[in-house]
Design a protein around this ligand. Sequence first.
Ligand code: MN
Ligand code: MN
Length: 248
Amino acid sequence: MPSFPAQTSVNEIAAHYCSSPTDRTVFKENDLVKIDVGAHVDGYPTDTGVTVDLSGDGRWARLIGAASSALDAGIACLRDGVHTGEVGNVIEGAIKRAGFRSISNLTGHGLARWSLHATLQIPNVAQKGGPQLRAGMVFAIEPFATTGTGLVTDKGKAEVFSQAGDLPPAGACDAELLQAIRRWRGLPVARRYFREIPRNPFERCLRDLVKKEVLFSYSPLVEISGAPVAWKEHSIYLSDSGPQVLTA
Ligand code: MN
Ligand code: MN
C-alpha cells in the first residue's frame, strides 16, 4: 500500500503538490518534475523520490546532480552516534560546492510505524549538534538544491491530510470520511481518495477537522523567490555496520 499519496511537484514547487480530483495539469517541455512516492508494509513506511529533467538540452542536470551528490554525501557520513547537525553540514557543503543553495526550512525526518514524519529532523543546512542518530533508527534524508533564496513557504490549496488528533464520534461528521481516515491510521490521505463521497458533507467535515487540528493539512511548498528546485530522497536503516538504503 502507498505510505502517502504520490506527489508531483514542478519547478519552483519543492514538495507536497498533489493532484486534486479534477487536476488538468500537463507536464511541459523544460519542466523540472519531482516525483515523491512510498510504500508501507504493515504500517512501516518508506519515502523516496527523484527529480526528472523534461528539457531536451539537460539544462537541469547540474541542479539535479547537486541534490543527488548531497544525498550521497549525507548517506556516506552516517554512523552510530553522528549528530544530525553534522549530516546537515555535509549536505549543505555538497550543494554549495556545486554552486547552489540548500533549502534550509525543509528537512529529512524519522520514519516510524504509521508515522511518515516522526519527530526526528535531519537538517539540510549546517547546524551545531542536534540529536544523535543511532544504530537501529529508520529515517529519510532529502536534500533540496535551488538557484533561489533557499526558503519555501506554504502556497496553494492543500490536497493532502493526515490525522493529528482524536477523531470525533461517528455522527459528528461525515461517517465515510471518518472511517477512511481511521483506516489509514495517521498516514497521509489525498482528497482524490474520496471521490465517491458527496462533495458537500465531505468538504464541510474536512474543513471542520482541519480547523479543530484533528487533521493536519499539507499545502504545496514553494520556493519563495520562485526559483527552480531539485531534490532527491531515500529512506535509510542505520545498522550496526552502517547505513542501508531501503529505497535503492
Ligand atoms: Mn517524500
Ligand atoms: Mn520525506
